[in-house]
Design a protein around this ligand. Structure first.
Ligand SMILES: [Fe+2]
Ligand SMILES: [Fe+2]
Length: 275
């Protein structure tokens, strides 16, 4: 079992370092979640600064800019739809890297933890591929527009603490995706982009599973450290300056993703305290 977790972590780190999106995708598709090879924690850590590579590997474009200056256009123009699909591609590219990062970075967890997150990385790669093919059909490619780095910033902030990573990335940022996806899907569908809408259906279905995995391991980690999950979530959101919760929530999707009624109530109360 030790060997399995080490081989998954090493694989995740190697794929995280790849900068070419299609190489990253191929490597993930080929990754065998049951494969074993030997290695030690020291080898892995040595690997993390091999050749002084910068993590995550990413292509030279898109140019990363502040969220305030990324392009926006109406989805009723072909360019506007391409900008939206490009923004979603970028979210999925970051999501691949986030899942790979949580897989390699945190030691000493059960094998199921590493397998779950590698599987998430594989699904994020599928989302990226679906969106990127769709973008290419409209004559654009990943990198043609600017993008912002908000998702990866949160990965960096929480790299020293597993519970913080789980509390902030899957349970806040990815869960936000559950809330906004139905409206985006509707926007694309009404603009005549049925293919885009169908891709968002697949993404929403899979993302419920990702948030569920995040909730499962968050509670597991809280229990291991004797922490109260509810209180800890508010504390971490405060300590790590999490983005303010925004509504309305997609309650059915959040329930399926494993948020319980008390958590949902607490989140709704936080929302109303902003008003
Ligand atoms: Fe995704
Ligand atoms: Fe996801």
């Amino acid at each position: 079992m030790m060997q399995l977790t080490m081989s998954l972590r090493r694989k995740a780190l190697d794929i995280l370092a790849l900068s070419d999106p299609s190489e990253k995708l191929c490597a993930l598709q080929e990754a065998d979640l049951l494969e074993c090879e030997t290695g030690t924690e020291e080898d892995l850590l040595a690997g993390s600064d091999k050749q002084g590579i910068c993590l995550p590997g990413r292509p030279p474009r898109p140019v990363l800019v502040s969220p305030r200056v990324v392009e926006h256009r109406s989805v009723h123009t072909p360019e506007g739809r391409a900008i939206l699909i490009h923004a979603l591609c970028h979210i999925e590219f970051n999501a691949i890297n986030l899942a790979l990062d949580i897989t390699w970075r945190f030691a000493g967890l059960p094998p199921g933890f590493y397998q779950d997150w590698m599987r998430v990385a594989q699904e994020e790669a599928l989302h990226f591929a679906l969106l990127h093919n769709h973008l290419k059909q409209s004559g654009y490619a990943y990198g043609d527009f600017s993008a912002h780095n908000g998702l990866w910033d949160m990965a960096q902030k929480t790299q020293g603490q597993l519970i913080a990573r789980l509390a902030l990335v899957p349970r806040i940022l990815e869960a936000r995706g559950l809330d906004v996806t139905p409206a985006l899907r509707h926007k694309l569908f009404s603009a005549g982009d049925k293919k885009g809408a169908a891709i968002l259906d697949i993404i929403l279905r899979d993302e419920i599973g990702h948030v569920r995995i995040g909730n499962h391991w968050y509670r597991w980690a809280c229990e291991r450290e004797g922490l109260d999950p509810l209180q800890t979530a508010s504390q971490l959101a405060h300590d790590y300056d999490a983005p303010a919760l925004r509504g309305p929530f997609n309650l059915p999707a959040r329930r399926q993703a494993g948020f319980d009624e008390i958590e949902l109530l607490q989140m709704q109360q936080t929302l109303s305290s902003y008003i």
